[in-house]
Design a binder for this molecule. Structure first.
Ligand SMILES: NC(=O)c1ccc[n+]([C@@H]2O[C@H](COP(=O)([O-])OP(=O)(O)OC[C@H]3O[C@@H](n4cnc5c(N)ncnc54)[C@H](OP(=O)(O)O)[C@@H]3O)[C@@H](O)[C@H]2O)c1
Length: 238
């Protein structure tokens, strides 16, 4: 199998790279991110590449660098909730156009452009998977608490882009599965400011979550394309 992880330097992304690197079924493992940092393994099947998801040309270059490869599995593990300039909004008053645009760029638009580049490289015959890490808070029907306007909306938009992609891809690649995944609440820099009220047994390590997600991916069937699944395999409603 040939596998791509986008966001391979993130908390969940680097755990996925480490688990996948140890899988003897995997021949080549491409890990793309802005920097490699601590995620770099010495395993020689891992090939590191650069991508900046805020630049369309960088996503195109990532696609070009995979010319001639036949991919079996793509996992997009990148995403943004907060950084030094941006916090999830608690109220309408906090909305700012530039922050909203950045979240939509990284969480919704970039995964769609990655799909544009990498889905044509999925193996034509046999089961293939294009999975993007979404979030339960992107479910409109599950939104009971409000808040986190842009993050929620960017993940809801991501889920719609994945559903639309699944419908198109089914015409040419009936065995390809396009899906969103909710990793649970995972102890990474993305969740660290928001872990206070999470019970200890509900906070997964990145390794735990990566294991759950790969298990869910391994059980997906063609009819699951276009849907979003949680770490335990349950479907998350739109
Ligand atoms: N942690 C949770 O509890 C949780 C819950 C639900 C959903 N999720 C989702 O899970 C996914 C992974 O999150 P995580 O917890 O592993 O967070 P993380 O450790 O912050 O990793 C996020 C990754 O996204 C990458 N990224 C952000 N902006 C980028 C850009 N412009 N270009 C290239 N890469 C960029 C980061 O790259 P750099 O390393 O270069 O900064 C980082 O590797 C996200 O989609 C998140 O929304 C997480």
């Amino acid at each position: 199998m040939n596998v791509v992880v986008v966001g391979g330097n993130g908390g969940i992304g680097s755990a996925l790279v480490n688990v996948l690197a140890a899988d003897p079924k995997i021949n080549k493992l491409f890990s793309f991110s802005r920097c490699q940092g601590a995620a770099k393994t010495t395993c020689d099947k891992v090939i590191y590449g650069f991508v900046d998801l805020e630049r369309e040309s960088s996503i195109q270059q990532m696609g070009n660098s995979l010319e001639g490869e036949e991919l079996d599995l793509v996992i997009v593990a990148s995403g943004l909730l907060h950084d030094q300039d941006l916090k999830p909004e608690k109220s309408l008053r906090a909305l700012q156009m530039a922050n909203m645009q950045r979240l939509f760029m990284i969480n919704s638009i970039a995964p769609a452009l990655i799909a544009q580049q990498l889905i044509p490289k999925l193996r034509k015959r046999g089961r293939t998977v294009f999975a993007v890490i979404s979030a339960r808070v992107g479910s409109i029907s599950d939104n009971r608490l409000g808040g986190w306007y842009s993050y929620r909306a960017s993940k809801a938009a991501l889920n719609m882009l994945l559903k639309t992609t699944a419908i198109e891809v089914n015409r040419t690649h009936p065995d390809a599965i396009i899906c969103g995944l909710h990793p649970g609440t995972v102890d990474t820099s993305l969740s660290s400011p928001f872990q206070k009220n999470v019970p200890e047994n509900k906070l997964f390590s990145p390794q735990q979550s990566a294991g759950y997600l790969l298990d869910v991916i391994s059980k997906l069937e063609s009819d699951d394309s276009g849907k979003v699944f949680a770490w335990d395999g349950d479907e998350i409603p739109a």
